[in-house]
Write a protein that binds this ligand. Structure first.
Ligand SMILES: *[C@@H]1O[C@H](CO)[C@@H](O)[C@H](O)[C@H]1NC(C)=O
Ligand SMILES: *[C@@H]1O[C@H](CO)[C@@H](O)[C@H](O)[C@H]1NC(C)=O
Ligand SMILES: *[C@@H]1O[C@H](CO)[C@@H](O)[C@H](O)[C@H]1NC(C)=O
Ligand SMILES: *[C@@H]1O[C@H](CO)[C@@H](O)[C@H](O)[C@H]1NC(C)=O
Ligand SMILES: *[C@@H]1O[C@H](CO)[C@@H](O)[C@H](O)[C@H]1NC(C)=O
Ligand SMILES: *[C@@H]1O[C@H](CO)[C@@H](O)[C@H](O)[C@H]1NC(C)=O
Ligand SMILES: *[C@@H]1O[C@H](CO)[C@@H](O)[C@H](O)[C@H]1NC(C)=O
Ligand SMILES: [Cu+2]
Length: 575
């Protein structure tokens, strides 16, 4: 096809033909969505509250796409008095860093009444999430699932007959604005443990599905007609089949364990990446993580069984979340005859560590570079600033600036944020086993500038919080990348611990946990121009400053859509 005829109609015609042929042959397409974010009344756990929903749905609509597709979400902010953004959790945004959906980092919050178009490619299959990333809007209910299937003509390397998507979250009766104020009050007011655990946005607060097995007579049996907003989603299965469960957690606070009353779950994928399959009776899932597991329904007798979700790492004051695995033709309304499985004791950290350390990449997965160019050690502490309680990283509590970094760095606006880099390490005399001797820290908004195409090791170092004998779990999530999890250790990370790194088959993930008083070592390759948040995925912790910002190859970022930066100091830089 000669393309000499630049201005002829024939050229245009043939180019359209050609483009559509490419389109068909790759099987990839653009998937368009028009979304409106709004507050609405809902009864997620049988009590009516205001939640943040999308197009009248809570959780938001599930996006289903194929690897290679382009997702286009036209997001209109129908909240009356606050901005909004949506982050596409687990999507690397290669070439589209402005679509990452992080307020003050990749874009300006979308104003009430305005529409912003997220357009990005989903380049590989997996079970992902999307959620608000401004203030604590994720806690308010702004979240949903993003499921990417293998491209046409490709197959998963495992067979299954059907699948279920279970999006796990936690829920408070206090509204999120009050939670934000309480966390920022002096004296500090902790939001407490969630009232309910939700499975696909459904939980039961004032009744229990399993009441008859409990010894608390004041808890009544839940009675559902089935159309209530808090009625559990029952998983209807046929005997002797294999089902894929897509599990993802978008909890604000709770680390979870999911247990089934029968058989085993075989872990196949973690955060979208293949792992060496292994079987468990229960699995831990931290906020920001996802798993695909296979469940075989070959148990006898074929009847109904429980699935339970319980809290880990914090003394649970929240009843377990429950749903039912209904074996057809058994009636779905028949409750299982045995009590629900009890998830492991909240402080059985050995159980959690054993699970987490059993996850290895499947043979043939991308291998990590053998060495690093830079090592950043990040000490996680709880601190005070002028009497307010904060979380800090290397003694700096992140307070985001009004101008998004992507714009301020690209346009060299040196006054937009602190130009000093935060430290790559902490004072080695710091005793991680004790509360800080001097609990004070400072607010900051400096960024770590990462040289493009270099290998970065991050050592996340946990420590004692402000109270004696308290060190919490923190699941850390990196935007724009997957990282290899090279290892976990107890106590303070030492130079010689590098000898123990797993360079053979470390799992690739986008979220990794640090255990109390321990460290976790991650490695990533900085090949994605943009500005990327790296933070604790516990919503109140991030809100209290528990995060850092990585800027990499920003001068390589192409033309940023105007609408992403139309605020603060970048508001007039785009003409
Ligand atoms: C739970 O609370 C809701 C709302 O108050 C009420 O309609 C429902 O009957 C209650 N359920 C039980 C079992 O008490
Ligand atoms: C029984 O359940 C009620 C209502 O959920 C709760 O207030 C009470 O503390 C429970 N009692 C015990 C002994 O667990
Ligand atoms: C499932 O398989 C088992 C073992 O092969 C068999 O005994 C049982 O009858 C099967 N159940 C159904 C419902 O097909
Ligand atoms: C947990 O594991 C450690 C190290 O293997 C062991 O010393 C400890 O006794 C275990 N704790 C419990 C409660 O099993
Ligand atoms: C953290 O910074 C504060 C305020 O500058 C200082 O008082 C404190 O000693 C620092 N702590 C550490 C562990 O560096
Ligand atoms: C970055 O690394 C990739 C391979 O890892 C290479 O193809 C590319 O040329 C490198 N780019 C730069 C600017 O160094
Ligand atoms: C510290 O807390 C752990 C549980 O988190 C408990 O097992 C241990 O006894 C506590 N130690 C002290 C000295 O209070
Ligand atoms: Cu945290």
């Amino acid at each position: 096809m000669g393309c000499k005829c630049w201005d002829s109609r024939a050229f245009v015609f043939w180019c359209i033909v050609l483009l559509s042929l490419i389109h068909v042959s790759l099987g990839s397409k653009a998937r368009h969505f028009k979304w409106e974010v709004e507050y609405m009344y809902r009864t997620p756990d049988c009590l009516e509250r205001v939640v943040m929903g999308i197009n009248g749905q809570f959780p938001g609509p599930t996006i289903r796409a194929k690897a290679g597709d382009t997702i286009v979400v036209e997001l209109t902010n129908k909240l009356h008095t606050e901005g909004v953004v949506i982050h596409w959790h687990g999507i690397r945004q290669l070439g589209t860093p402005w679509a990452d959906g992080t307020a003050s980092i990749s874009q300006c919050a979308i104003n009430p009444g305005e529409t912003f178009v997220y357009r990005f490619k989903v380049d590989r299959p997996g079970t992902f999430l999307y959620h608000g990333h401004y203030g604590m809007q994720r806690s308010a209910g702004l979240y949903g699932s993003l499921i990417v299937d293998v491209a046409d003509g490709e197959k998963e390397p495992f067979h299954y007959d059907g699948e279920f998507n279970l999006l796990l979250s936690d829920w408070w009766h206090q509204n999120v604005h009050e939670q934000e104020v309480s966390l920022f009050s002096k004296p500090f007011r902790w939001i407490g443990e969630p009232q309910s655990l939700l499975i696909n946005g459904r939980g039961q607060f004032n009744c229990s599905l399993a009441a008859k097995f409990g010894n608390n007579a004041s808890v009544s049996q839940c009675k559902f007609r089935g159309n209530e907003q808090c009625a559990p989603q029952i998983l209807h299965v046929h005997p002797n089949k294999t089902y894929r469960l897509r599990l993802a957690s978008t909890t604000a606070l709770a680390s979870l364990n999911l247990a089934i009353g029968v058989g085993t779950l075989v872990i196949m994928r973690a955060d979208g990446n293949y792992v060496q399959p292994f079987a468990v009776n229960d699995l831990d899932i931290y906020s920001g993580e996802s798993y695909s597991v296979l469940l075989r329904t070959d148990q006898l007798p074929s009847k109904n069984y429980w699935i339970s979700v319980g809290v880990r790492g914090r003394e649970p004051k929240t009843p377990q979340g429950l749903t039912i695995l209904n074996y057809i033709p058994t009636s779905a309304s028949k409750l299982p005859t045995s009590p629900p499985p009890v998830t492991p004791r909240w402080d059985d950290y050995n159980h959690s560590k054993a699970f987490t350390k059993s996850i290895f990449a499947l043979m043939g997965s991308p291998q990590p570079p053998r060495t690093h160019d830079r090592r950043i050690i990040l000490l996680n502490t709880q601190n005070r600033i002028n009497g307010f309680i904060k979380w800090s990283i290397n003694n700096i509590s992140l307070a985001l600036p009004p101008t998004p970094y992507l714009g301020s760095i690209k346009f060299g606006l040196n006054h937009a944020f602190d130009q000093r880099q935060p430290p790559d390490n902490y004072d080695n005399s710091y005793d991680i086993m004790k509360p800080p001797v001097n609990p004070n820290s400072i607010h900051g908004n400096g960024v770590y500038t990462i040289n493009f195409n270099t290998t970065v090791d991050v050592i996340l170092q946990n420590a004692n919080a402000l109270a004696n004998n308290v060190s919490e779990i923190h699941p850390w999530h990196l935007h724009g990348h997957d990282f290899w999890v090279l290892g976990y250790g107890e106590g303070k990370f030492k130079e010689e611990d590098e000898q123990s790194f797993n360079l053979k088959n470390p799992p690739l993930r986008n979220t990794a946990v640090i255990f109390p008083y321990g460290w976790t070592a991650l490695r990533f390759f900085a090949d994605n121009p943009g500005v990327w948040a790296f933070h604790c995925h516990i919503e109140p912790h991030l809100h209290m400053g528990m995060g850092v910002v990585f800027a990499e190859g920003v001068h390589r970022v192409g033309k940023i859509p105007r609408a992403a930066l139309a605020c603060a100091l970048t508001g007039n830089k785009l003409n």
